[in-house]
Design a binder for this molecule. Structure first.
Ligand code: NI
Length: 226
């Protein structure tokens, strides 16, 4: 399931994020790429322990915490440390690849990359190109969102960032291990949850919404691993 989540960061938070990037210590993005990805990755990123990365990570995680849609769609169990990246000049693209299935946190804990998330940190008018192109069973999606908006897509998808030919593209991205490993299962749970929400808004609580909420939780119990 590919889903956009508007307004994960507000104007003030975007301002803070971009202030944090003044004089930030950008490094070559290839440092954290797997063998295949290294061949096609050509961008810049911030070291995990840099002040700028820490500040932006905190803003992004707080923003996602406020989003019930993010929670419902992703059902997060573990989050891999969000990274901040930049595409511009000679470091302007990331060719087609599939992300490594498992990432290791600094403490040694493993995170299976079920869901990928990108939060756009600057405006699409600031740059040409730089679309996130995700290929799945329904074809190719070209994603370029306003600053502060996010997109989530399954970690199993082939994807790339097309070359930035003017200006710079700033984003924060990370992976989540979901309670529910299967994208199909997550999709069913998300649809059920969203429609239950709409039913409640229209009719209030009814015996049917109560029963279907039970069904939601019983499916979650069936499909989740903790
Ligand atoms: Ni990737």
């Amino acid at each position: 399931m590919l889903l956009t989540l508007p307004d994960i960061l507000n104007t003030e938070e975007l301002h803070q994020a971009r202030q944090a990037l003044d004089d930030a210590p950008w490094t070559d993005g290839r440092e954290s790429a797997g063998t295949q990805a290294r061949e096609v990755k050509n961008n810049q990123q911030l070291p995990h322990d840099s002040e700028a990365a820490q500040a932006i990570r905190a803003l992004v995680l707080r923003g996602l915490d406020r989003s019930p849609r993010f929670f419902s769609a992703v059902l997060p169990l573990k989050v891999f440390t969000p990274r901040v990246n930049r595409y511009r000049g000679d470091s302007n693209a990331y060719g087609n690849h599939i992300d490594n299935a498992v990432r290791v946190l600094q403490g040694g804990q493993r995170v299976r990359t079920d869901v990928s998330c990108t939060v756009f940190l600057n405006d699409p008018a600031d740059y040409d190109g730089g679309e996130l192109v995700v290929t799945d069973t329904y074809g190719e999606h070209r994603i370029k969102l306003p600053a502060g908006h996010a997109v989530i897509y399954p970690g199993t998808s082939l994807h790339q960032v097309s070359p930035v030919t003017r200006g710079e593209r700033l984003a924060c991205f990370f992976w989540v291990q979901s309670l529910v490993r299967s994208d199909e299962h997550r999709r069913l749970l998300f649809d059920l949850d969203m429609n239950l929400l709409a039913l409640r808004q229209r009719h209030g609580e009814t015996p049917e919404t109560t029963a279907l909420t039970g069904t939601y939780h019983n499916l979650l119990r069936l499909w989740s691993d903790t």
